[in-house]
Ligand binder design. Structure first.
Ligand code: AMP
Ligand code: MN
Ligand code: MN
Ligand code: MN
Length: 274
């Protein structure tokens, strides 16, 4: 069985390992088809100093933030031409949106009485500032008990720090990916906590806009969730992808390359790349 992991992060976004360290980890774990999909940036591909081993195929990928019906959703672009003009535009626009959003979130948090050291936060956020950096800061300064609590109280969906007006809509994100020769895959569909009806509406719109695949497996998920997503993929004719959504070592629910296989009735997205 082919070992596949098409959703992982490095310290070029909110992950912990460098691109070289992540590639080494994937290689050690025997991954044969791999992608680094940092949030809104392809920087990892510019930083890699080594080639993948002979037994591994590395697809250029990205995880783009976008909006659907005023909700933030994530889309994976796979098999991209890293030098395409559309990706340069995507990286530039998403980078601006991230910085602007970061500032807006910090302003909102200051308003509700949290202490914010902007300099420290800018340092933590680096070139891809996001909510995880703010969560780390709030924890580090003792303003929350854990990073999870930071999301639960301030940063998660519907909370004061959930600023979403900066992202482009799904069709724009899909267009960038298509113009770079890639395919668009809806990321972790079960994470949006939608009803089944709403999830089908999202997937239908996504397909109509030019989306090709959906993550059937994201990290360690339960079989009921896999079945729900598989049924939708089959109903709508979306191809299946799998990914750990690895961010850092020591999280048993997201280990590089440790991802369940696609159910047999689902056509793999990688059938397009062979
Ligand atoms: P952003 O890109 O700024 O919207 O931040 C989204 C990232 O925050 C996700 O990719 C996860 O890595 C992380 N994240 C989202 N929700 C949570 C949560 N409840 N607890 C911890 N991390 C989270
Ligand atoms: Mn992340
Ligand atoms: Mn995501
Ligand atoms: Mn991710």
């Amino acid at each position: 069985m082919l070992s596949v992991d098409l959703h992982t992060h490095t310290n070029c976004s909110d992950g912990q390992l460098t691109p070289d360290q992540l590639l080494a980890e994937a290689s050690k774990n025997g991954v044969q088809l791999f992608s680094i999909t940092d949030h809104d940036t392809l920087a990892a591909y510019r930083q890699l100093s080594m080639s993948p081993p002979a037994e591994m195929k590395l697809l250029v990928g990205i995880e783009l933030s976008c909006t659907w019906r005023r909700m933030t959703i994530h889309m994976i672009g796979l098999n991209l031409d890293a030098n395409a003009a559309s990706m340069q535009e995507a990286e530039s626009k998403q980078g601006q949106a991230r910085s602007q959003r970061f500032e807006m979130i910090l302003q909102r948090l200051t308003k509700v009485g949290l202490y914010i050291d902007t300099e420290r936060l800018i340092e933590l956020g680096g070139s891809c500032p996001g909510r995880p950096h703010i969560a780390r800061y709030l924890h580090e300064t003792g303003q929350v008990k854990s990073e999870t609590q930071a999301f639960d109280k301030y940063l998660g969906q519907g909370k004061i720090g959930d600023v979403k007006e900066c992202w482009p809509d799904v069709s724009q994100a899909i267009e960038w990916v298509r113009q770079a020769g890639g395919v668009a895959v809806l990321a972790h569909p079960m994470k949006y906590r939608l009803t089944r009806t709403k999830l089908i509406e999202l997937c239908t719109d996504f397909k109509e806009e030019g989306g090709v695949g959906i993550e059937i497996i994201s990290g360690q998920q339960n079989p009921t969730q896999t079945k729900t997503v598989s049924d939708i993929a089959q109903k709508l004719g979306l191809l299946g992808s799998v990914g750990s959504d690895f961010h850092k070592p020591g999280q048993p629910w997201a280990v590089v390359g440790k991802v369940a296989s696609l159910p047999e009735n689902i056509e793999p997205i990688w059938s397009l790349f062979e």
